[in-house]
Design a protein around this ligand. Structure first.
Ligand code: NCD
Length: 342
């Protein structure tokens, strides 16, 4: 793995497999059974210039769970970028304060530009419609875990990606990451105008995967293993696109779709947030409590995976187990009220 995590492009299959193994070793800490201090004294700079809840907080929590501390800034208003400071200057300044930096920014390519000015590891927490590599890693980790429970393997899997495939950066990173694995079948369904960029389809196809595009969810998906649905990224629309746009109910993944067109073994994922406003037609809440809905197991997996990214970039992944202690505070058996106890 290179010294930054800016794009899935920099990851080899071996590097991804290594991260997955390190993440699995982080589980006792992520599940609050063990405590480590391996990053004691280290400081993370968490710079978020775009809206975020889970990415910002889970990077923060992951660094703390490794024993480090976090400094953060959110939005342009309270940062010196509002005074016209360049990415170069901000990057150099932050590097004097922090041992690792996570950055989210609305412009594609901006995090890579920021990383050029520093030798401190930088992680891309989302650069506009570009990429979101840590999300793709936690998505892959989730698929792998869910498949192991169901006795499946990635080889030959059928993955349906749906929603905003044009501006959704999570699916851009995920499709590249999946393409490093044994040939699988990828079906892409998006509303007109929000299709997966051509160069990504070509890349995946050139690696031997079968890619099909369909215009709607109104077909048989009984052999689909994973339905990965995404929010419409209206904040990235041009004024012309926004004019009169509304997502048809036909693109909604809900209980009727899953029961009628998929199978008992299909899992449903979403990077979240889902837009729960009545007219949004995003992933429906009627699947809450359904064991096929993997979205909260997916968000939970953000912690061990982001811990693995930090531990690997900061080269302490082999020292984590050396100073494990038992957790001393109260931890509920399941963190969510609807979580299944297995
Ligand atoms: C996504 C993002 O910001 O790209 N969320 C996330 O990080 N989990 C998806 C979205 O905003 O729709």
């Amino acid at each position: 793995m290179s010294s930054h995590l800016l794009s899935v492009d920099s990851l080899s299959r071996d590097a991804v497999d290594h991260l997955m193994r390190v993440a699995a070793r982080m589980e006792p800490i992520a599940q609050r059974r063990k405590v480590t201090r391996v990053l004691e004294g280290a400081v993370l700079g968490n710079l978020f210039f775009e809206a975020s809840t889970r990415t910002r907080v889970s990077f923060h929590a992951a660094f703390c769970r490794l024993g480090g501390s976090v400094c953060d800034t959110t939005g342009f208003t309270f940062s010196s970028m509002a005074k016209g400071e360049s990415l170069y200057d901000t990057s150099r300044v932050m590097s004097g304060y922090c041992d690792a930096i996570v950055m989210r920014h609305p412009e594609q390519g901006s995090v890579a530009e920021f990383a050029k000015a520093t030798n401190v590891p930088v992680i891309n927490g989302g650069d506009g419609p570009g990429e979101h590599p840590s999300q793709a890693l936690l998505d892959l980790y989730t698929i792998d875990k869910e498949f192991i429970r169901r006795g499946k393997t990635l080889a030959g899997a059928h993955v349906l990606l749906t929603g905003d495939l044009k501006y959704g950066r999570t699916v851009h990173s995920l499709i590249k990451l999946l393409s490093l694995y044994a040939p699988m079948r990828l079906t892409l369904v998006s509303p007109p105008g929000l299709e997966m960029p051509r160069h990504l389809i070509d890349l995946v196809a050139s690696r031997g995967h079968r890619v099909e595009t369909r215009e709607s969810l109104a077909s048989d998906f009984a052999d689909v293993d994973v339905v990965y649905t995404t929010r419409i990224q209206k904040e990235r629309f041009t004024a012309e696109m926004s004019e009169g746009f509304s997502l048809s109910r036909d693109y909604t993944v809900d209980k009727a779709f899953l029961d009628g067109r998929c199978s008992d073994h299909t899992i449903v994922m979403h990077p979240l947030p889902r837009d729960s406003r009545a007219d949004a037609n995003d992933l429906d809440v009627d699947l809450n409590g359904d064991p096929r809905l993997a979205i909260f197991r997916q968000t939970d997996n953000g912690i061990p995976v982001r811990m693995a990214i930090f531990a690997t970039l900061l080269q302490v992944e082999d020292q984590v187990e050396q100073d494990l202690r038992d957790v001393r505070w109260f931890v509920p058996a399941t963190v969510g009220v609807d979580d299944a106890r297995d």
